[in-house]
Design a binder for this molecule. Structure first.
Ligand code: AMP
Ligand code: TRP
Length: 329
């Protein structure tokens, strides 16, 4: 099985990104003989307003963070999207088989564009670039969080349309969502997904937050009316979110966590989740500090990743041009 996933170098990464995505990346790097490819999708990050200096630093931050959570340059391929030109090229070619109407129905496009004075064309075509990312690698599985469901469906449609129009070229990828934690909610507004761009700062727990900040954010988490600690997301979104996070951070099934807190109060739960998350991220913070201080080494590792990614994606890009009828050079 070939694994591929992408993650944007914007905003500081939060516990939703960790639980919904990064944790899966680490788990798949060994389990899959076809190789695991993880892409820092810097080209996607220019579709909303951003500061160029920020993009540069955030990309290196994210590389260090991904290595710190457990990706290993010898066991997977980690690279920057902009280092492999095939991604931009594939996006243009695939735009020929992507429906304008389908792009317009994307929830992320509507949400991110709403109320903005300027909405870039890139924000609209974003899912085409994403489809290219995945399809270039003949990907079998894509570990992602729940918010990417619609984009993944689009990538599958694009693959099928290309295959039927130009001949069998792409594997049709399948998304894999974590069983627990595919959608971590904002601690202050538990009916909204946790997000650095659209969430509340106090309700967003960053992987690199210091221990006291993490404890405080959990202590002030919004819970629900009633007293019972039970996992029922529709009825008790706040408490259920905390149970889910504790389940992942402590490695215990949800039912066991529920049982442990039977008859206990919300205060205990909040304190314990806070501590469990502090411990979960402690080693990550330490490794991150070390890795981030050596930019030359990070760049070297990303260069190696880009070379491998380039080699793997080249044949598919070549087939795309050929089947679409372009004259060979
Ligand atoms: P992004 O930072 O938007 O590039 O997202 C990186 C990965 O994190 C994607 O696979 C998302 O689906 C996942 N993700 C983002 N927010 C959440 C969340 N609140 N809960 C679970 N997964 C998330
Ligand atoms: N759109 C994804 C997100 O915001 C990031 C992404 C870009 C991606 N290309 C990808 C995810 C390819 C999986 C596969 O989270």
């Amino acid at each position: 099985m070939r694994v591929f996933s992408g993650i944007q170098p914007t905003g500081a990464k939060h516990i939703g990104n960790y639980i919904g995505a990064m944790r899966q990346y680490v788990a798949t790097q060994d389990a899959n003989e076809g190789g695991a490819y993880f892409c820092i999708v810097d080209l996607h990050s220019i579709t909303v307003e951003y500061d160029p200096r920020d993009l540069h630093d955030r990309s290196l931050d994210l590389a260090a963070l991904l290595f710190a959570v457990g990706l290993d340059a010898d066991r997977c391929v980690l690279f920057c999207q902009s280092h492999v030109a095939a991604h931009s090229e594939a996006a243009w070619l695939l735009s020929a088989v992507t429906g304008f109407g389908q792009l317009g129905r994307m929830t992320q496009f509507k949400e991110k564009g709403e109320g903005k004075e300027f909405v870039s064309a890139g924000l609209f075509t974003y899912p085409v670039l994403m489809a290219g990312d995945i399809l270039l690698y003949q990907t079998d599985i894509v570990p992602i969080g729940d918010d990417q469901r619609q984009h993944l469906e689009l990538a599958r449609d694009v693959a099928e349309r290309f295959n039927s129009r130009y001949g069998e070229t792409f594997k049709v990828p399948r998304a894999v969502y974590p069983e627990v934690g595919a959608r971590i909610m904002d601690l202050q507004e538990p009916t909204k997904k946790m997000s650095t761009t659209n969430g509340t700062p106090q309700g967003t727990v960053l992987v690199l937050d210091d221990p006291d900040t993490i404890r405080k954010k959990f202590k002030t988490a919004v819970t629900d009316s009633g007293r019972e600690i039970r996992f029922v997301p529709e009825e008790k979104p706040g408490v259920s979110n905390l149970i889910e996070i504790l389940s992942v951070a402590s490695g215990r099934p949800i039912a066991e966590v529920e049982e442990d807190y039977d008859g206990r109060g919300y205060g205990d739960l909040k304190t314990d989740v806070g501590e469990a998350v502090v411990e979960l991220f402690r080693p990550v913070r330490e490794r991150y500090a070390e890795l981030r201080s050596d930019e030359d080494e990070l760049r070297r590792l990303l260069r190696i990743g880009a070379e491998k990614a380039q080699t793997t994606s080249a044949p598919t890009l070549h087939h795309m041009y050929e089947r679409m009828g372009f004259v060979a050079r």
